[in-house]
Write a protein that binds this ligand. Sequence first.
Ligand SMILES: Nc1ncnc2c1ncn2[C@@H]1O[C@H](COP(=O)(O)OP(=O)(O)OP(=O)(O)O)[C@@H](O)[C@H]1O
Length: 238
Amino acid sequence: MPAATLHVNGLSSGYGRTVIVEDVSFSVPAGQRMAIIGRNGMGKTTLLSTLMGLTTHHAGTIAVEGAGVEKLSASRRAYAGLGYVPQTRDIFRTLTVEENLVSGLKGRAKTNLDEAYHLFPRLRERRRNLGWQLSGGEQQMLSTARALLGKPSVLLLDEPLEGLAPVICQELMAAFTELAKAGTTTILLVEQNLKTALAFAEEVLVMERGRIVWSGQSEALSSEPHLIDKFMGVAGVH
Ligand SMILES: Nc1ncnc2c1ncn2[C@@H]1O[C@H](COP(=O)(O)OP(=O)(O)OP(=O)(O)O)[C@@H](O)[C@H]1O
């Protein structure tokens, strides 16, 4: 599947009757990178899981390359082109790396595993290790690689660097950048580290209490330290 445009309009969602995400609208053109930033608890994870169909949908539309997906189940959204790498790192702990990857192939040929190994050479070295034997960074690579084997046209990444050593963060960001440059996937990244988010994405959304309070080009936000201070507080300084 080639990269797809993601259009979100008037989206409100939450958990049961509780509304967390309120009236969110944005678009990501095909093949572009967008980062979602904001302080803890502002609704970034809820927004991504809403796009994937894992929360209660209250209002609004979500379209992948013009096709509405907001009424579809999570698995049907995956077939419609959405790939999701949750904060919790979605792997099978008692299967080997290779078995985990095969489970992400969705019937495609095993030769596609080479793409995953090319992007994350560490996974090839660890292919016979079980999920629980991997470091946090390797688990993140495996979770991402599984999502990519489904050939998503829009990839949703939720804080992939959380809790990882700087050297692993660099390795992961290099892989995401390689992916982005290939232009086959539109990428939406939730990221706490402002520097990383701004360096990676062309466009940024800032969330506060479930709403988008600023959106624009990364460069524009980088050159406005008072806005960074306002939206991110202490987190923005580092
Ligand atoms: N399963 C849930 N049931 C009820 N409320 C939830 C649930 N998950 C999150 N929330 C609430 O939704 C709000 C937004 O949380 P969310 O995790 O989306 O924010 P976030 O911006 O991703 O924060 P963080 O960076 O800490 O992950 C918080 O008030 C949180 O307590």
